[in-house]
Design a protein around this ligand. Structure first.
Ligand SMILES: NC(=O)c1ccc[n+]([C@@H]2O[C@H](COP(=O)([O-])OP(=O)(O)OC[C@H]3O[C@@H](n4cnc5c(N)ncnc54)[C@H](O)[C@@H]3O)[C@@H](O)[C@H]2O)c1
Length: 270
């Protein structure tokens, strides 16, 4: 038996047009999985699906917002009709808002509560609602795996990103809670885990970490000096952990958050 077989898996990726979700989609298609991207804007979704079709014909896309339960339910029914099952859900849609961040010249008392709530909505409910909708289909099969995207900000205080940190800490708790609930009530075929990427240059953090000339900002330098491997991650360095969590290789693993961070979370800073 090949513990790492991906060939027959049907894998959904929210945020599949993003930097990390898109990289994961590319890798899984190269491994012959069927990959379904969910994205809330039609144009970029069609563009991404067409780009990925050059790797494999087993890629499909659906337009939907990750916090809209009804459209997710319609999509779940269509996927079951077309593919017969859902094996894996990867919740990679997520992000931050400037108002939920304490600006360089601001104090915490100036944080915009409405934007804070929007960040919670996207990162937390944007993981919970798809997990409930697609998880229900998996529970009927008594088989399925959910993978959430956590962050280094979940566990320790990283300055400025207040709303994002609270939302990702809640994602960690949801990962553990849902893992327990699904295993206890639907059996050992149901698993929920998360990966916690360290620092990868993406659309959301590029301006925070690098200057226009490519040199590091002060914040970028602080992060690198707290990363024992002394560099940012490459998106394709998430693929090994994703492959493991998607397959039988991690059959007895549920409720864990795996850091992929070049040692950032292990380091005391001294
Ligand atoms: N890049 C990093 O260094 C890093 C580190 C730790 C965690 N993460 C997390 O990994 C995930 C992916 O990050 P990324 O760097 O690829 O970001 P990204 O912005 O490139 O991708 C996120 C995608 O989610 C989509 N999205 C936003 N709102 C949506 C909605 N309501 N419905 C559907 N799609 C929506 C965006 O359009 C985008 O395509 C996020 O949850 C992020 O918080 C990223």
């Amino acid at each position: 038996m090949n513990l790492f077989e991906l060939k027959d898996k049907v894998i959904l990726i929210t945020g599949g047009c993003g930097v990390l979700g898109g990289g994961i989609a590319t890798y899984l298609l190269e491994q012959q999985a069927t990959v379904i991207l969910l994205h809330y804007k039609k144009g970029p979704l069609i563009e991404k699906v067409n780009e990925l079709k050059t790797i494999s014909a087993k890629v499909f896309g659906y337009v939907c917002d990750v916090v809209e339960e009804q459209s997710l339910q319609k999509i779940a029914a269509e996927i079951i009709k077309n593919q017969g099952k859902i094996d894996v859900l990867i919740n990679a849609a997520g992000g931050n808002k400037p108002g939920a961040t304490v600006g360089i010249d601001q104090s915490v008392f100036e944080v915009d509560i409405e934007q804070f709530k929007e960040v919670i909505d996207l990162n937390l409910f944007g993981s919970i609602i798809p997990s409930l909708v697609f998880g229900k289909e998996m529970a009927e099969q008594k088989q399925g795996t959910i993978i959430n995207l956590s962050s280094m900000a979940a566990d320790r205080a990283i300055t400025r990103i207040m709303g994002y940190s609270a939302s990702k800490a809640a994602v960690d708790n949801f990962t553990k809670w849902m893992a327990v609930e699904l295993a206890q009530k639907y059996g050992d075929g149901m698993r929920v885990n998360a990966i916690a990427p360290g620092f990868f240059i993406g659309n959301q953090n590029r301006a925070l970490l690098t200057n226009e000339d490519g040199s590091l900002t002060d914040r970028g330098n602080t992060i690198i000096s707290n990363t024992p491997m002394n560099r940012f991650g490459d998106a394709d360095e998430l693929n090994g952990a994703i492959h493991y969590l998607c397959t039988e290789a991690s059959k007895f693993v549920t409720g864990v958050v795996i850091p992929i961070d070049g040692g950032f979370s292990a380091f005391s800073g001294v």
